[in-house]
Design a protein around this ligand. Sequence first.
Ligand SMILES: [Zn+2]
Length: 384
Amino acid sequence: MGAVACARCGKLDATVRLATVTFVVSAILLSFRRGGRQILCRRCRRLRAAEYSAVSLVAGWWGIPWGLIWTPISVIGNVRTALDSGLDRRANAALLALASTQLRAAGRSLEADEAHNAALALDADIANATIAAPEPIAAAVAPSPAPPIPLRQRLRRPRTLREWLTWGIVGVFVVGVGFTGGRMYWARAFPRAISAPTAPIGGTVVSTRDFAIALPGGWESIAMDPAQIDASLAAFRAKQPSLTIDEWARAQLKNKAALAAVYVGPEAAQFRYVPLVTLMLDDTDLTDLTRYADRVARALASDAVVKKPIDRRKIQLPGGPAENFHYTIDGQGGTVDVMRIVLYDNERAYGYQLRFESLATQASAMQKYVAAIASSLRTPQSVR
Ligand SMILES: [Zn+2]
């Protein structure tokens, strides 16, 4: 009859249990899960669960997909084992009954009683059956380990569902990289460099990692960055003392505008209302331009300030297909004409809204600027 001693320290006492401890080691596309059911005393269960969890947390994550799936499962399982929860009651009733007979044979009757009582508490029928016939139970509880399968044999042909899935995912990955040049895997994580539009005469190009846009001469952009806005507004006031835009610009910053610019052309000082343009980036959960544009349309329809009707039409920009919303709102200086251009980058699930505002009486004069600014907008999508 095999001894039921702790596999780690070799001790036999009433705290031994059959417990599952695992660890995961990964290398890119390969992940290995090792460990399994072991007879361990209470102290060694905790130590081994901690050792294996540390190995998994360091070496388990680095495999797609199984490393990412197994590592948390392995660590949670080890924590449960360390807390003695989820132990196999029937197997442990048999193990403790065997331990009690072996402790009794060694003359350690107090510990034998402790193990016997623990066995009865887990499953009295199995405990009694084990004490009556210990030999076959011992062979089942503490079997000699199966010989390891050679690596060549394991790589030959998938047999289990897990092996089929692993090779399937490897195949999809390889075929996908082959067909798309890796674009379908890398595009979201690493947006492409955006090609800047040509700078207009007397104008400027504003570019970030999300967009690039050209502002014609006569337009002044405000830095939409909490760290720079004070300096940017001070510089603007120095150049354009007759225009007060501080409140508006700070509101745009709060609205997460990525671009805010005002018209400061020769006649601007006489304007009661300064024509404005803002660009909002929307890290949205929608999936395409139609849904995104529909959501914008619903928001506009329920906005009490918006005067209807809202004219909505599809247009084409260098950054891809877009929708143009045209409507008016009641502004402080009169009826304000608003052009709102909506783009959507399907690959990054990113929405763009370019919004122009001017008095209805200025709208026709501003038309050429609206067209030039809108067609200069470049997004990562434009590069494809
Ligand atoms: Zn031990």
